[in-house]
Design a protein around this ligand. Sequence first.
Ligand code: GTP
Ligand code: ZN
Length: 345
Amino acid sequence: MAKAKKLTKGQARRIRANQAKKLRNKAEEVQWQDEELGAPEQGIVISRFGQHADIENGEGNTFRCNIRRGVDSLVCGDKVMFRQGKSSEHTVSGVIEAVHERSSALSRPDVYDGLKPVAANISQIIIVTTVLPAFNPDIIDRYIVACVQTGIKPVILMNKADLIDEDLAEIVEEQLDIYRAIGYQVLYASSESGDGIKELRAQLVDETSIFVGQSGVGKSTLVNTLMPELGLVTKQVSENSGLGQHTTTVARLYHFEQGGDLIDSPGIREFGLWHLSPEQVADGFIEFDDYLGTCKFRDCKHVSDPGCALIAAVESGEIHPERFASFQRIVESLSSNTLTTRFKN
Ligand SMILES: Nc1nc2c(ncn2[C@@H]2O[C@H](COP(=O)(O)OP(=O)(O)OP(=O)(O)O)[C@@H](O)[C@H]2O)c(=O)[nH]1
Ligand SMILES: [Zn+2]
């Protein structure tokens, strides 16, 4: 076992503050009487902790609420009907009565529950990529597959645009053109130079977005650029996680100043990088749609099978060879199960 380290005063203080917070976060289970509650109103789940959730109403006020029995699988981003509690005796200030149907849901595999929802009503996934770490089309394609699975619109963001010099620009454009040709939207941005930030902000208005992408592509820096007021929170979170706290795993909804919402957590950022079936991967390459099911053999693996309609479409230039190669690499990696670990680096 590792030798126990002596804590600095700052660390000890943070641990105490965290323990106090945990106590506060412990839901008080209130048996609300009808007369103790206000009229039903609309709200949105800012975050969910165990048996309670923080709900924001139309006026922008937040209420820590109990969840009525029967209201299940409530997650960040869910739209709810709730009632404010009139009494100030309780540490909770309302109760959630019902959840509206979701327009989309992100789920992650759970050892106990199969697929477990983690966030709801997301309207766009910003797939952040860059040139340092090196541009990786397999990861982008993998995220796009996840977008197709969930029915959420992807937007590809070429980040750290300040690092793209003249020599690189042409190669980068060539890569991005592959996605534009399929119909995907592509943006450039740089937190460093500020280029493209205005356009990115405009893209976020009226949407509920998440940022996904490989480690080091600049997601945290972007979030800090877009929401400087969060800077402190991010810092605190990383300090806590350094002490082995797991306060960062809960998905949380934030508002952009110019409009639009962001749902974020480390788990959310890794969304979509888990196991898929080869069929799901094929469905996620939408330019394959017209050809799937038309191969000579019904169980065609689209590798080197004779009469493969996908291979024919690549040869005739209708499917881009790089996308097809990426499809094959992803499918191949599913069996060796190396992809997830590779993506985690
Ligand atoms: N040149 C340049 N560097 C950037 C830019 N944005 C971020 N970086 C740097 O890229 C590195 C990684 O940035 P992060 O924001 O931590 O990346 P991340 O995607 O959040 O990484 P994880 O937290 O590991 O998922 C840091 O050293 C940043 O300073 C940019 O626009 N231009
Ligand atoms: Zn085939």
